[in-house]
Design a protein around this ligand. Structure first.
Ligand code: V47
Length: 379
């Protein structure tokens, strides 16, 4: 069925999408500027169904944050704290293992681990943490450290990012999450995250990571002071790197949460724009396999509708989430596996549990059997 678009300019984009032709900057700007959201969503859904049919992916994961101490002091962030504020935390290795195991059962397939830029923790400390986790949870995939953390470890250890990544990989690092990319525009970065890696350095670190055989995700922070041009430019830079490395698995558009940040005066993003971001990224990022609508961030309701606007993933069970809750998220911090499945099914999609590398997870009854842990209650 070919729709009659409210905005007839979308016909030219439909012709390109049908022909599998790459979209350019002007196309991206039109997709951002038209008010025909249903038209943009319809186009993105064509691409999404071509790639994944009716499947929507989710995983059974647990977030573990070793510390929230961070010297970057980004205006956009409510999570990072300075030690001197007296509100920060840093877990010991034993506390990290205990937290990772809190509620641990065979059900968990991934630990998602990010912290801050801690001025005292050493690269050896992080390597030991990874080794300790692998020893205790050998089957769990360790997806850890943003490109920004890697850059900081390298600076502190006076090593190249390659050497840092090699050591972390040897210690048990399996892949990397997509955070810290924010928006690549240097003009905007100077305002929202002055002391972070530059956009070019983020890209270069991802290039090195992929060259070592690590997969990673990628993100874009939207809904603050960036322009539509900045967003298109960011997507095109990710697409160019993906042409080169093929190392990105999933793109996650991150909606800015202003509470408790220095940019509190900026309102929250709206459902309309959250859905548009999903759809535009699906259309522009023709070489990145998956688009995730992160339920804890946009709400389960929007993540569900997003499955008809280009997304094919909702993220996972999480268990505990801090970054968005420190910045005012009102969603729950965790979701049971059966509730994720229901959310997906009610969007008319087929839920597929995946591991971090998108291999289907097949469960036997034993794995779902209750053991004495809080986590099993969740899954
Ligand atoms: O790196 C920080 C961003 C990221 C705020 O790879 C903020 O599977 C909005 O990257 N408002 C962490 N965003 C989250 C992240 C992520 C989440 C889920 C899955 C994956 C994945 C990655 O959140 C940070 C930063 O870019 N962030 N503060 C804020 N106030």
């Amino acid at each position: 069925m070919i729709p009659s678009f409210d905005d007839s300019r979308l016909n030219a984009i439909r012709a390109k999408v049908d022909a599998g032709e790459r979209l350019n900057t002007e196309d991206g700007l039109l997709l951002y500027r038209t008010s025909d959201l249903l038209g943009v969503g319809w186009l993105a859904n064509q691409v999404r169904e071509r790639l994944h049919g009716n499947k929507t992916f989710f995983n059974v994961n647990r977030h573990v944050n070793p510390t929230d101490v961070c010297v970057a002091n980004c205006k956009l962030c409510a999570y990072g704290k300075l030690t001197r504020d007296g509100k920060a935390f840093t877990l010991t290795h034993e506390q990290i293992y205990a937290k990772a195991g809190e509620g641990y059962s065979e059900a968990v397939t991934e630990f998602h681990m990010v912290g801050g830029l801690h001025p005292e923790l050493t690269l050896d400390w992080y390597c030991e943490m990874l080794r300790g986790l692998k020893q205790r949870f050998p089957k769990v995939h360790l997806k850890a450290f943003t490109m920004v953390e890697i850059g900081y470890f390298a600076k502190r250890a006076k090593l190249s990012t390659r050497e840092v990544l090699i050591r972390l990989k040897e210690a048990g690092l399996d892949s990397q999450p997509g955070g810290g990319a924010e928006i690549f525009s240097e003009r905007v970065r100077r305002i929202i995250c002055d002391h972070k890696l530059s956009g070019d350095e983020w890209i270069e670190t991802a290039r090195v990571s992929h060259s070592l055989g690590l997969h990673s995700n990628c993100t874009m922070l939207y809904g603050h002071i960036e322009t539509e041009e900045d967003r298109v430019d960011h997507l095109l830079k990710l697409r160019a790197l993906q042409d080169e490395t093929k190392g990105f698995q999933t793109f996650i558009p991150l909606s800015f949460h202003p509470d408790n940040t220095e940019m509190e005066h900026i309102g929250r993003t709206t459902g309309f724009n959250d859905l548009r971001e999903i759809a535009v990224s699906r259309l522009m990022l023709d070489n990145i396999p998956h688009i995730k609508s992160y339920w804890v961030m946009v709400t389960p309701q929007v993540a569900q509708i997003a499955q008809r606007f280009g997304a094919d993933d909702v993220d996972g069970t999480l268990v505990e989430e801090r970054i968005y809750h420190d910045a005012g998220a009102t969603t729950s911090q965790n979701m049971r596996r059966k509730d994720l499945e229901r959310l997906i099914r009610e969007a008319g999609r087929e839920p597929v549990e995946r591991d971090t590398l998108y291999r289907p997870v097949v469960r036997n009854e034993n794995e779902n059997a209750p053991v004495e842990s809080a986590f099993t209650v969740l899954v």
